[in-house]
Design a protein around this ligand. Sequence first.
Ligand code: ADP
Ligand code: ADP
Ligand code: ZN
Length: 213
Amino acid sequence: MKIIMLGAPGAGKGTQAKMISDKYNIPHISTGDIFRANIKEGTELGKKAKTYMDAGALVPDELVVDLVVDRVAKDDCANGYVLDGFPRTIPQAKALDEALAKNGVKIDFAIDVEVPDENIINRMSGRRACVECGATYHIKYAPTKVENVCDRCGNELILRDDDKPETVKKRLDVYHEQTQPLIDYYNEAGILAEVDGTKDMMDVFGDITELLK
Ligand code: ADP
Ligand code: ADP
Ligand code: ZN
C-alpha cells in the first residue's frame, strides 16, 4: 500500500503516518525528518536545507525529489510506504508520478488530514520532537511518560526552531499557496481521501483505517 499524507503543518500527518506504519508494517518516510537528521549530522544537504527551513520556506524541489525517488526504490518499500511531507508542490507530485510510472506502479491513497489554521498555531507551540527516532509528542495531547524524554528511544526532546508562532504563520501561507493545490491534483487522480483532523488522534486513526479497508 502506497500512501501520501497531505495536510497543513501540524495537522497530524506525522502522528498518523507513524500509526499507519506500525499497523501495516510499511516504512514511514518523512522528508522533514530526513532533513533534520542531515542538519544534525552537519551534511551539505543539511546545511542547504536549514536556511529554507528556518525561514519557514520550502526546500527547493531539486534537493528533495531525487532523495525521495531513491528512497522509495529501496527493498523495504516493496510492499508500500507512507510518505509524510512529500510531495509539497505540484512539480514534486508530477516527478513522483513519473518516477513510479517507469516501474508501472502508482500511489494508492492520498489522505488529507484537515485542520483549520486557527487550531494549528496552538498545536505547534506544544509540539515536542525527537530528532533521534522521529517521534512527535504534545505537552497536552500526547505527553511523554517522563517529561521531555522520548518514550521510544530515551532521547531528549526538542522544540523545533520552526515551530515558533511567526514561522508557523509563514509556513501556513506557504502551505496554502504551494501545497494545498495537491488536494485537487489527487482528487482528479481519483485517490483522495479526507479525514477530520480536529478529532482526537485515535479517532482520526480509526477513520483512516476505515478508508484503507
Ligand atoms: P511539518 O511536520 O510541520 O509539516 P516537516 O517536518 O514535514 O513539517 O517539514 C519541515 C520543513 O522541512 C518544511 O517547512 C520545509 O522547509 C522542509 N521540507 C520538508 N519536506 C519538504 C518537501 N517535500 N519539499 C520542500 N521542503 C520540505
Ligand atoms: P504534522 O506532521 O502534520 O506537522 P504532527 O503529527 O507533528 O503534525 O502533529 C502536530 C502536533 O499536534 C504534535 O504535537 C502532535 O502530538 C499533536 N497532534 C497530532 N494529532 C493531534 C490530534 N488529533 N489532536 C490534538 N493534537 C494532535
Ligand atoms: Zn525518540
